[in-house]
Design a protein around this ligand. Structure first.
Ligand SMILES: [Zn+2]
Ligand SMILES: [Zn+2]
Length: 171
């Protein structure tokens, strides 16, 4: 989606956000340099900065040495791009960082220092995905094992299910 060129206000503290040009990506990010230090990413922009090997020096320079206000975490935030309510999500299975997502336009808002924390969670997105898969497998794998155990304790049920299955499949 296109880079937002309009001036937007910070969804966390209401101050005007500063357009910061990132030469390596050729895009503008909106950073709350006058208020809370939060960063707003347009749809898909976040993918360009969430891995450790991706360059965020321009962002860090903008944030370095400033005292930022601490906005309330509990208020529902409104997407500064499209006006929809943003939804709080954990950035990963580790549940260490909570971000605000806009499901309407794909925008994402990170509080000050959250970007650095997210980048510290995993070395790259492959590892992040692996962790999710491992987590899902643990959940489902346990359930399957429990079902097996239950059937083993009630063999007649297993027979019944097998009969039913055979009936349904016409065998
Ligand atoms: Zn702010
Ligand atoms: Zn939006």
């Amino acid at each position: 989606m296109a880079d937002t060129l309009k001036q937007i206000t910070c969804p966390a503290c209401g101050k005007e956000m500063e357009k910061v040009f990132i030469p390596s990506e050729g895009i503008n990010l909106d950073i709350c340099t006058q208020g809370c230090g939060g960063i707003y990413f347009d749809n898909r922009e976040f993918d360009k900065f969430d891995e450790k090997n991706e360059d965020i020096s321009v962002i860090l320079e903008k944030l370095d040495g400033k005292n930022f206000t601490k906005p309330s975490e509990n208020l529902t935030r409104i997407c500064p791009n499209c006006g929809s309510k943003m939804v709080k999500n954990h950035s990963s299975i580790l549940k260490e960082v909570q971000v605000d997502d806009c499901y309407n336009c794909g925008g994402k808002f990170l509080d000050n220092s959250e970007l650095v924390k997210i980048r510290e969670e995993y070395d790259n997105n492959e590892q992040r995905d692996e962790d999710i898969l491992r987590y899902l497998y643990q959940q489902v794998g346990q359930e399957l094992a429990e079902q097996e155990r239950a059937y083993a304790e009630r063999p007649q049920e297993k027979t019944y299910i097998r009969k039913l299955f055979n009936k349904l499949t016409g065998l």
